[in-house]
Ligand binder design. Sequence first.
Ligand SMILES: Nc1ncnc2c1ncn2[C@@H]1O[C@H](COP(=O)(O)OP(=O)(O)OP(=O)(O)O)[C@@H](O)[C@H]1O
Ligand SMILES: [Mg+2]
Length: 365
Amino acid sequence: MIQLKKVTMVFGGTTAVNALDLSVEKGELCVLIGPSGCGKSTTLKMINRMIIPTEGKIFIDGHDNMAGKPELLRRSIGYVIQSIGLFPHMTVRDNIAVVPRLMKWDRDRVKKRVTELMELIDLDPVVYGEKYPHELSGGEAQRIGVARALAADPPILLMDEPFGAVDPLGRLLLQDEFLSIQRKLKKTVVFVTHDLDEAIRLADRIAIMKDGRIVQYDIPETILTSPANSFVRDFVGVDRSLKKLSRYDAAQVMREARSVDIETDKVSEHLIKLSEQGAAFVWATDARLQLKGWIDIKHPLFAADPLSGYSKIEVFNIAVQREDSLKLVLSKMLGQGIKNVPVVDKKGILQGEISLRDIEQVSES
Ligand SMILES: Nc1ncnc2c1ncn2[C@@H]1O[C@H](COP(=O)(O)OP(=O)(O)OP(=O)(O)O)[C@@H](O)[C@H]1O
Ligand SMILES: [Mg+2]
């Protein structure tokens, strides 16, 4: 648990943080958000003692963070920063291994841990392990930054705009991936962002800051439905119903998907039956339910050959995954111009489908 009590930080004449009280429960993800210069980064840096407050106290699990050595404190706190994170002359493996090596873990344990973390962030250790940071995309570099912060398994993570440099779609993917990691690991996280959708997607609680103070600290639903004052209302903006989409996973909203196994010899029979039931299209899978494409049942040549309307698809371009946010689902629909998206698991097995109408219903609810 992290507790800030009446913490103030004055730089010269600037009060960056002003008598701030904040407490983050164990295993909770707290997002700090607010205009540029409102004191978010300063707050983070005081937690791991990179900045020492002018006044006030900070407690980590009940212990004053000024007691003991700063190195020890920082090893129990992973820190992810925007873009500057990785050491350019070290490989991905060596970058992730920095803290475990400082802690004098033996070689085998370090090696095992790095491999395990690369699997966690979905980057193949064989393909990526020996690459250098300049050989990575922005999103990959950010994932390595997260893996490095997690390396020594610290109970606390501080993240300062970790996905800020990534393009919007890449950012949605990183958020969903990070959320599924966080649901497994349950770290105590303080996460800084400028992006309200990101805050709503990830946060257990959101602290909205202004001029070094917190103006509202609540769960995302309450921030959206009951802004504490006009500052928060303006900050949250008008499209609150769209922002709500970030709180839902595809798996929560998907419905059963109509599909046929295109490998059986009965496929035509099945398609004719579905056509009689009024279906306009069905998903095509193999016998193991692996998604392959879709079949247009209204195709003009359907009567001659029910498979005339079959189109193959690049599954991972079109489909979404169970843990993807509805925000991502909507942006895929709009990006690809499709009104129904299939939902698959990590292996590409069809799980269900989501239509534009389903998304409208959630945003109107
Ligand atoms: N080392 C420093 N010396 C002097 N002033 C500083 C220093 N660090 C921050 N400040 C000032 O303190 C205030 C808060 O800065 P901080 O970096 O915490 O803001 P922030 O909320 O993280 O902003 P941003 O969203 O732009 O990153 C700003 O007015 C900034 O200029
Ligand atoms: Mg900042």
